[in-house]
Ligand binder design. Structure first.
Ligand SMILES: [Mn+2]
Length: 315
């Protein structure tokens, strides 16, 4: 499939790269990193699809793409397991569709797919694809590519602290470090927090609950988001704020949306939580997943089921 990706890229003049909605550094790092890799080595213009994410614009901005461009293009979708999360649904009009992802498969939406869950990040996949396939055919990787792909790896590995970090991850990083980019500035951009967000985090830490089974529960209301002027997307920055509390096994953050449903963010130190996420219109990795709770009742169900999972895990 890796060779197929290379051949498919070469066979198309027009290329558009998509990634998942509400992007994280890996989504944009892999999207923009691959785009740049193709551009500098083939001279082809590669467009980036998806909504602009202001908090990540220091990585890359998105392109405005005409409707007609899709039907003429190879569309590569990075870092996205299911159709519903692909940002820019015009991907459906693509002449050819190729998926590159490290999430467990949810939808088989592309005729061609390179999916490997043993990679920490899609960005790490791109680095290895470059090293194994593309560089052998004369491709180069420049400083800006390195910066983008490094950001993706740093993001998805939690700065190399999550168990998805492997020896292979560091091989990718070693290759990227041969290029020159400002690591310190990148970290500053990635982990800067507006004061309002920090204040909200303070409130969260004061109010979150921790059960006997090691289940942490955080609820963020619309009122709190308004009070601190933090968007739903920005609130994802506090998802790890309780990670180091003694005795915690898994935790869930409910962010209330305007229609009274909740965005659900699940994180775990061991108990597998993506099957739970799948029961609530979501999915993800075994230890990090997202879902939706349509009501307070569903919110309670998520907590109850997480309690069961953590209880069973500890038994
Ligand atoms: Mn990822």
């Amino acid at each position: 499939m890796k060779q197929k990706l290379f051949d498919t890229i070469n066979a198309h003049e027009h290329i558009i790269i998509c990634r998942h909605e509400r992007p994280d550094p890996d989504a944009i790092g892999s999207q923009a990193g691959l785009a740049r890799l193709i551009e500098i080595n083939t001279g082809k213009k590669v467009q980036l699809a998806g909504e602009e994410e202001p908090s990540l614009s220091f990585l890359s901005e998105m392109d405005t793409i005409d409707d007609g461009a899709f039907s003429n293009a190879l569309v590569i979708v990075c870092d996205t397991a299911n159709t519903g999360r692909i940002d820019d649904e015009r991907f459906k009009n693509a002449r050819e569709l190729f998926k590159v992802d490290h999430h467990p498969v949810v939808d088989d939406y592309a005729p061609f797919a390179w999916v490997d869950t043993t990679y920490s990040s899609t960005s790490e996949m791109i680095v290895h694809w470059y090293a194994e396939i593309a560089s052998a055919r004369g491709w180069k990787l420049d400083d800006e590519c390195a910066r983008l792909l490094y950001a993706g790896i740093v993001g998805d590995t939690g700065r190399f602290s999550h168990p998805n970090t492997t020896a292979r991850t560091f091989k990718a990083v070693q290759l990227l470090y041969e290029r020159a980019f400002d690591v310190r500035q990148l970290f500053q951009e990635m982990y800067k927090k507006p004061l309002s967000l920090l204040r909200l985090e303070g409130e969260v830490l004061s109010n979150f609950t921790l059960s006997e089974n090691g289940v942490g529960v955080i609820v963020l209301s619309q009122e709190q988001l308004r009070k601190y002027q933090v968007s739903v997307n920005e609130s994802s920055a506090i998802v790890h704020s309780v990670a180091n509390v003694e005795g915690i096994a898994a935790w869930v953050t409910f962010v209330e949306l305007e229609d009274k449903s909740y965005r659900v963010r699940l994180r775990s130190k061991g108990p597998v939580i993506n099957e739970l996420a799948a029961r609530f219109q979501g999915g993800g990795h075994p230890l990090a997943a997202g879902a939706t709770a349509e009501s307070d009742e569903e919110r309670a169900q998520v907590v109850d089921q997480l309690e069961e999972i953590c209880k069973a895990y500890r038994a």
